[in-house]
Design a protein around this ligand. Structure first.
Ligand code: DAH
Length: 342
């Protein structure tokens, strides 16, 4: 029996020396320490021995078991620490797995561009609520109840039109921030207000129920149409990175007098005429005008003490021009193939 035990120990020693993987080691463990192993059987058969023999063989067999155990553990540790450079090398120059990154919406990019251009020339960026009182959205902007101009903007009413300015709406334009800002600030000031607005209208390639505008408002002494034209020209030239001309056409908005529609020279052909501008050389941008004295009075100023200019137009439209996007519905489509391009 002594011989047998020694033989087992030798065998294990040899096998461990030649083993290369953790699986090899596990195989050895099962074969030599498992329930059905030679050593286990040997230990079980001790009971058939004489008292004398038991005393001698018992400790030998137990020691052998302990030895094998610790040798297996050691080899295991060794294998875990040292990897085989032949088979387990790492190519540090291999390209990694691509990490999927999100991207900024073209609207965010355009909004950041606009804010950078305006803050550089001394404008502040102001903000206002999307759920707005009827007063700031309409009445304060010189559109009292039953004013026909309210029909120009199909409105989502949250609390219905009570006729006393206490209704609640999803703001239909960023013009809601004009009187809001005036009531808490004293001229002179220059602000822009980028933000989300809502209209209850059918969608198509150029109309959305939810879109963004940005309002500009400059109020002070002797602010003139010439100031408006010059700021507009500087802004659009900076935004498109080329010389842009601006023109105005007479129009009507209740909160301005006089009011204009204004156009910029075509960003594609520079004014010569092409398919983008339908051969006119001009692109329609939005509304503008000299702030109506009624609005300045709602803002808390004395009539005729100040003058100001304002404009409001769609951020989507600017983004569509800049990036040649042909359908406004793409902005809210949630299609990542769209978002990834900017
Ligand atoms: N609020 C107008 C709209 O959404 C746009 C607008 C026109 C804003 C003229 C202005 C302005 O500030 O002066 O249709």
């Amino acid at each position: 029996m002594k011989e047998k035990i020694r033989k087992i120990e030798n065998e294990v020693e040899k096998l461990l020396k030649n083993s290369k993987t953790l699986e090899d080691i596990e195989g050895i463990r099962i074969k030599y320490l498992g329930k059905k192993s030679e050593l286990s059987n040997l230990l079980k058969s001790l009971k058939n021995l004489t008292q004398e023999e038991k005393k001698e063989i018992g400790p030998l067999a137990n020691n052998a078991r302990k030895n094998i155990h610790s040798k297996i553990d050691k080899k295991k540790e060794l294998l875990e620490e040292n990897f085989d450079a032949e088979t387990e090398w790492i190519d540090v120059s291999a390209p990694g797995n691509e990490i999927k990154k999100g991207s900024l919406s073209p609207l965010s990019i355009v909004q950041q561009d606009i804010e950078n251009i305006f803050t550089a020339i001394g404008f502040e960026v102001a903000d206002g609520p999307e759920i707005e009182s009827e007063y700031f959205n309409f009445d304060g902007a010189n559109m009292p109840a039953n004013h026909p101009a309210r029909d120009m903007q199909d409105t989502f009413w949250i609390k219905t039109d009570s006729g006393d300015g206490n209704g609640q709406v999803l703001r239909t334009h960023t013009t809601n921030c004009q009187v809001r800002y005036m009531q808490t600030h004293t001229p002179p000031f220059r602000i822009i207000v980028p933000g989300r607005v809502f209209r209850q209208e059918a969608t198509d390639a150029s109309h959305e129920h939810t879109f963004h505008q940005f309002e500009a408002l400059v109020v002070g002494k002797n602010v003139s149409v010439a100031n408006f034209l010059s700021v507009a020209k500087s802004f659009f030239s900076a935004f498109f990175g080329k010389d842009i001309s601006v023109r105005v056409r007479p129009s009507y908005f209740p909160f301005v007098e006089p009011g204009f529609e204004f156009d910029i020279s075509c960003t594609n052909c520079g004014g010569k005429g092409c398919s983008t501008c339908q051969q006119t050389g001009w692109l329609e941008i939005g509304g503008a005008g000299m702030v109506h004295q009624n609005v300045l009075v709602e803002g808390g100023y004395k009539r005729d003490e100040y003058t100001g200019f304002a404009w409001g137009f769609g951020l989507e439209r600017l983004a569509m021009m800049k990036y040649k996007i042909n359908d406004i519905r793409l902005f809210h489509s949630g299609d990542t193939r769209f978002g990834k391009q900017f």
